[in-house]
Ligand binder design. Structure first.
Ligand code: SF4
Length: 421
């Protein structure tokens, strides 16, 4: 990391983190999820609730998934019309994720984050986070990427899935018109905050970063110039074109693999297992992005030993046995209140299955078992990184730097994968 206060041009106008957290933006930009329009299930129709949309910040760049331009005088982020609908010149098809919403004039897509105005598609939450915090990087979770470091984390609004068990539904789903959580935070200020708060990395998290991809790309490019790494915490539902550009730009990803059956994805998330698998495969095989996987284990829905074993076998064969997997315990929330919390034993059983299947780093989350959160050498069992439930992390002397990019177990010299500095 370059701890350099001269790296951005707006030092005097940079608010403190506390000021930003306290700031409230009065304009309301939300579209409540009030059903579909024109028979398109991926479209939300409530134009009245979109007052203030012109107040968004602007960006100028061309991505592989659309053209958009930045104009500070006209504050809206834009993704230009990319595929005119044959039925109506005013409809646009969003190219950002596999839902490919066809969006009529004045309406927003399934995620509520993108709106059609005058035949052009605009990003509604560019530069407008709802959530901002400095987290331990272990909370993302990322266990083999800058362990023990703080990560500046931000999220905006909207999601291209609608999981019944969403833990962040307050920001992933559209809000009523009179509720606004967004703050203003320009990309340069994100970098500045990371520097001021000595965060070596920035995470795009809390809600799905794909649906605010322009802001992610802009921040990530600025971070890279300043020596700050970036990570996405994502559901993996992203189009082929956008995925290429995104994963050329960020350094790490934790991808949710929510289950290993198409039925679960269809019935509980409104997504597609196949699309997520494609993204995982792409990251592991065609990029240099550091990849970890999270699986939320939900009683009766995706916790069968057989399903977990099939998922682990696929990860070993497709992503590689070195891919860290995090099994996390479910707690009843949002629209899935009828199921009990996941017993710790179920998470431990999943870890055992993963290890027997050949995965070298399998972890437990949301359970009172600190051993399941520490990193051990896959060959000799030496403890390399010790973690507590409160995300306190201690790298033991056994994790040894062999070269700038290679780390080994000091006891048996086994290579330990990850980005450790
Ligand atoms: S990002 Fe996905 S869900 Fe959102 S408008 Fe585009 S295609 Fe639809």
């Amino acid at each position: 990391m370059t701890d350099n206060n001269n790296s951005t041009q707006h030092e005097s106008s940079i608010p403190t983190l506390q000021e930003i957290l306290e700031e409230r933006v009065e304009a309301c930009w939300y579209a409540p999820c009030s059903g579909s329009a024109n028979g398109n299930p991926n479209e939300i129709n409530n134009e009245d609730q979109l007052n203030g949309w012109k107040e968004y910040a602007f960006l100028t760049e061309t991505t592989s998934f659309g053209e958009y331009s930045f104009n500070p005088a006209a504050p809206v982020a834009i993704l230009k019309q990319v595929h005119p609908s044959p039925e109506s010149a005013q409809s646009v098809v969003c190219q950002l994720c596999p839902k490919h919403c066809k969006i009529s004039e004045g309406r927003v897509g399934f995620c509520s984050a993108r709106i059609n105005r005058g035949g052009r598609l605009y990003s509604r939450f560019y530069g407008r986070p709802t959530s901002l915090a400095i987290d331990p990087i272990e909370k993302k979770p990322l266990f083999h990427f800058l362990p023990g470091s703080p990560i500046l984390s931000l999220g905006t609004q909207g999601c291209n899935l609608s999981c019944k068990f969403c833990q962040n539904w307050q920001i992933s789903r559209p809000l009523p018109a009179n509720e606004s959580l967004n703050r203003v935070l320009e990309p340069e200020k994100v970098v500045q905050l990371a520097i001021e708060n000595r965060c070596p990395s920035v995470a795009f998290t809390y809600n799905e970063p794909t649906v605010w991809c322009e802001y992610v790309l802009h921040v990530a490019r600025l971070c890279r110039k300043s020596g700050i790494k970036t990570a996405v915490v994502t559901n993996g539902m992203i189009s082929e074109k956008a995925r290429k550009e995104l994963y050329e730009t960020v350094d790490a990803a934790n991808v949710d693999l929510k289950a290993f059956t198409p039925e679960f994805y269809r019935n509980y998330t409104n997504g597609s297992l196949e699309d997520v698998q494609e993204t995982l495969e792409f990251i592991a095989q065609r990029t240099n992005v550091w990849l970890e996987v999270t699986n939320l284990v939900i009683p009766t829905l995706n916790d069968s030993p057989n399903e977990i074993q099939r998922m682990c076998e696929w990860i070993v064969n497709t992503l590689g046995p070195h891919t860290p997997i995090h099994f996390s315990a479910f707690f009843p929330t949002y629209r899935l209140l009828n199921l009990p919390p996941t017993p710790a034993e179920t998470v431990i059983r999943a870890i055992e299955i993963a290890k027997k299947t050949g995965l070298e780093y399998a972890y437990g989350g949301n359970i009172p078992n600190e051993a399941s959160q520490s990193t051990f050498c896959p060959s000799c069992g030496e403890k390399l990184i010790e973690r507590s439930r409160r995300y306190e992390t201690k790298i033991t002397p056994a994790l040894t730097e062999r070269s700038e990019t290679e780390w080994i177990c000091g006891k048996c010299e086994r290579k330990i994968v990850g980005v450790f500095k």
